[in-house]
Design a protein around this ligand. Structure first.
Ligand SMILES: Cc1ncc(COP(=O)(O)O)c(C=O)c1O
Length: 365
């Protein structure tokens, strides 16, 4: 190879060059994991039984998703043409954006919200239009509605939203869908089980509504990477063109039916988290920590200028929490995942000790 060309490397698309790198802090997590809104315990024992039976021989085959899509569709009272399994909701977002967003289009995004919408949109030629929530971090419905234009191609709504835990009502989502018939309304119901309200029953009836669900949260299968996108069959045909037929692996596909079937486990885990959330809210109130009302398995709290030190000291006490200070309008705010009551009592102790240490530190200054 001539020497001059050896130092040259192929240039990626300009859009990719302009993208920000995104590195979620996944390292060193052998502690109480209250940082990624995961299930903090385990998946259903029925899933573990199936995992134990997976043979080496079965891994030699390519995964076949259609039979499992039919099971999931049935579970959701939809037809299989309306449901695509994905490698986590992240793949659903990625594929949906790649399918619909092109130059001149707008992605309308209430912020703060889930980071990956902006990450995947920034790889397309579309323009991201953000609508900042007020200090109460409630869903900025009126301003979102006012921001709809003929260029709006996707409106992405995490419901409940992260990191705020706030929700959009069914009536608000329907009004947005009616006001932007030319746009896809993506309702990301990653935290649906903790909220208990869904709009998935209107798939097909509302021609521009799609709903995403994940198995990473309540089901406790974040490591398997399993999500789904549900939408009108006509729209899903386009999405399937972009979706790899192999992106959901055979282990995930094998685990999905027992995960769906074991409603007793899911109900138990969700009720445990809801009880723990109520207890932890009381502990935050007693400690006079400002918090935002949450319908999900996490709570956003106000720590203020010492947010980074708070996260560091909590880690030292064996509890991982997530600094959301760089999210729009979230300076000084930290998100704490809710686990079981026992875990949250431990977290409450760590929180009180950490707050006392921070207070002592600022008084000494
Ligand atoms: C709103 C929202 N959607 C999607 C995801 C990611 O889901 P998955 O693990 O299925 O990719 C998250 C993860 O934190 C989330 O908060």
């Amino acid at each position: 190879m001539p020497e001059a060309t050896a130092t040259l490397s192929p240039a990626p698309r300009a859009r990719v060059q302009a993208m920000k790198e995104y590195h979620p802090p996944l390292g060193g997590r052998d502690a109480l994991r209250l940082d990624f809104n995961e299930n903090t315990l385990a998946c259903s024992p029925k899933v573990r039984e199936v995992l134990a039976q997976i043979s080496a021989g079965s891994l030699t085959r390519y995964p076949e998703r259609e039979p499992v899509e039919a099971i999931v569709a049935d579970h959701l009272c939809l037809v299989p043409e309306m449901v695509a399994l994905t490698n986590g909701v992240d793949e659903a977002i990625h594929v949906l954006f790649e399918t619909f967003l092109e130059a001149g289009d707008e992605l309308l995004l209430p912020v703060p919200t889930y980071t990956m919408y902006e990450v995947y949109a920034s790889a397309t030629d579309a323009h991201v239009v953000t609508v900042q929530a007020a200090d109460d971090l409630q869903f900025p419905f009126e301003r979102l509605l006012a921001a709809v234009t003929l260029k709006t191609k996707i409106i992405a709504i995490a419901n409940p939203n992260s990191p705020s835990g706030s929700v959009a009502t069914r009536a608000q989502i329907l009004q947005l869908a009616r006001s932007a018939p030319h746009a896809v309304i993506l309702v990301d119901e990653a935290y649906f089980h903790f909220h208990g309200e869904t709009i998935i029953d209107l798939i097909g009836a509302v021609p521009n509504l799609v709903v995403a669900r994940t198995f990473s949260k309540a089901y406790g299968l974040a490591g398997l990477r399993l999500g789904l996108l549900a939408g009108p069959a006509r729209m899903m045909r386009w999405v399937r063109r972009m979706l790899s037929p192999y992106s959901v692996n055979s282990i995930a596909l094998a685990c999905l039916p027992p995960a769906l079937e074991d409603t007793a486990y899911l109900d138990w885990y969700v009720s445990e988290v809801l009880a723990a959330r109520a207890e932890f809210e009381a502990a935050l109130d007693a400690a006079r920590v400002r918090r935002w009302p949450s319908r999900a398995n996490f709570i956003l709290v106000e720590i203020g200028a010492q947010h980074a030190e708070f996260v560091r000291l909590m880690r030292k006490a064996g509890v991982l929490v997530r600094d959301r200070s760089s999210d729009p309008g979230c300076d000084g705010r930290v998100r704490i995942t809710i686990g079981t009551r026992e875990q949250m009592r431990h977290a409450g102790t760590a929180l009180n000790q950490t707050l006392a240490a921070l207070r002592a530190e600022s008084e000494a200054r």
